[in-house]
Design a protein around this ligand. Structure first.
Ligand code: SAH
Ligand code: SF4
Length: 416
């Protein structure tokens, strides 16, 4: 049975209304800008804004970086090598608080799903975001969201049924990683969290991250880039770019930039091998056709047998799962160092498709394997807590809908 934990709201910071005269800090704590998600240059500017002398700025940036991303602290008072006075000035102007943890669910297979709530901090509405952790034998993968909802409407994807609420900020993207590390006790010196994992093993819990949660990361490129460059910074969170994968539905103009400016691994949600079918399943295909997409993949910097592009292919019964489709895929991908992930379709309430039969998925995989491609069939993880690929959708959205329906029913009953 999956377990679910409701976590009480954190109390508001009492220093809320304190604001130093010379700093343009908003009056409400929640609206204070966060230092999380700033690159080193932005952090330097933030330090200058609170009066750190230019000569000290670099050293202070390094100190803060260490506290935020190696030690994982979320309280200025723990920065023991930063003077009390500077800590107070930083606290007046900025925050390093984590988002609120609304729920934590744990699947029978160990997958964890969190719902985080972020205040607006001037970025638009406050938002709720889902993040998923998938433990495996030799790795732990965190699946991070880049947007709340999605502007694209892939017909097999639950997130695609939720309109875009807004892009996540770099802080909100990176904080998903920091929160997950907190909950998994994955910062070296931190205390074990209530309800978190035990401390008996020194193993690193998050070894990989995938931008495969809610949203299309290439429609929020700048924020995703900032967050991923911080996650891979060797003096901080230190995740190798080989272990960071960005998945796109095919926003072709963003692909070269991803390679050049982020340098992470790339995954493409292919799902169909003809434009006719892909136009329906992945409607962005109407704008960027398969050939154009694959040309951008061929030109992705640094490709080799050790650095391959992953092509994701959701198995939809009677729609895209014939052996002809498998053969066509092999032809299409010729010359691209590629891995093919076959994703059994994860159903969601009202979804218009069925998952292909297991024998069909295996026969499909055989064709692809015989052509020399690794083509693992991804075991769906966390289905019981709606954490599997394509099942994410803000809990808040679901609740609001349920509340709305209850209200409508009550009104209808009242009018009758
Ligand atoms: N928007 C990006 C990132 C999301 S990644 C993208 O589309 O690539 C999530 C992966 O899960 C994508 O490959 C997506 O196509 C796939 N997916 C979506 N809905 C699914 C479902 N119901 N079952 C299985 N996989 C699904
Ligand atoms: Fe958006 Fe990706 Fe879902 Fe398509 S598959 S609707 S791009 S999240």
């Amino acid at each position: 049975m999956a377990i679910s934990l409701d976590i009480a709201h954190k109390p508001a910071d009492e220093t809320a209304n304190a604001a130093a005269a010379h700093i343009a800090a908003p009056a409400v704590t929640e609206e204070k800008p966060s230092l999380i998600g700033l690159d080193r240059d932005d952090l330097a500017r933030a330090l200058e804004a609170v009066g750190v002398p230019p000569k000290q700025v670099r050293m202070r940036v390094n100190q803060l970086w260490h506290w935020l991303y190696i030690r994982g602290i979320s309280d200025f008072d723990k920065m023991s090598n930063v003077s009390k006075d500077l800590r107070a000035r930083l606290k007046f102007a900025f925050t390093i608080e984590r988002p609120e943890l609304v729920t934590e669910q744990i699947s029978v297979d160990g997958t964890r799903k969190w719902l985080f709530r972020f205040p607006s901090r001037g970025a638009g509405k406050p938002v709720e975001v889902e993040t998923v952790y998938i433990p495996e034998e030799d790795r732990g993968t965190l699946c991070i969201s880049s947007q709340v909802g999605c502007t694209l409407t892939c017909t097999f994807c639950h997130t695609g049924t939720q309109k875009l609420v807004r892009n996540l900020t770099a802080e909100e993207i990176l904080s998903q990683l920091l929160m997950a590390k907190d909950r998994l006790n994955d910062f070296p010196d931190a205390d074990a969290p209530e309800g978190g994992l035990d401390t008996s093993s020194n193993r690193r819990r998050i070894t990989n991250i995938v931008m495969m949660g809610m949203g299309e990361p290439l429609y929020n490129f700048d924020n995703v880039k900032k967050a991923l460059l911080i996650a891979s910074d060797g003096d901080g969170l230190s995740l190798s770019k080989r272990r960071i994968t960005l998945s796109t539905s095919g926003v072709t103009p963003g692909i070269p930039k991803t390679g050049e400016e982020i340098g992470c691994m790339l995954a493409i949600s292919l799902h169909a091998v003809t434009d006719e079918l892909r136009d329906v399943l992945v409607p962005i295909n109407r704008k960027y056709k398969i050939q154009e997409l694959l040309d951008a993949c061929r030109a992705y910097p640094g490709l080799s047998n050790a650095k391959r592009i992953t092509f994701e292919y959701v198995m939809l019964k009677g729609v895209n799962d014939s052996l002809e489709d498998a053969k066509k895929m092999v032809q299409l991908l010729k010359g691209i160092p590629a891995k093919i992930n076959l994703l059994p379709f994860n159903p969601w309430p009202g979804s218009p498709y069925e998952c292909s039969d297991w024998e069909q998925i295996e026969a499909f995989a055989d064709v692809v394997n015989r052509a020399g491609y690794a083509s693992p069939i991804r075991t769906p993880r966390g289905r019981d807590i709606f954490a599997a690929c394509g099942q994410l959708k803000s809990e808040s959205e679901r609740l609001k809908k349920a509340e709305r329906e209850a209200l409508e029913q009550a009104q209808a009953a009242g009018e009758a």
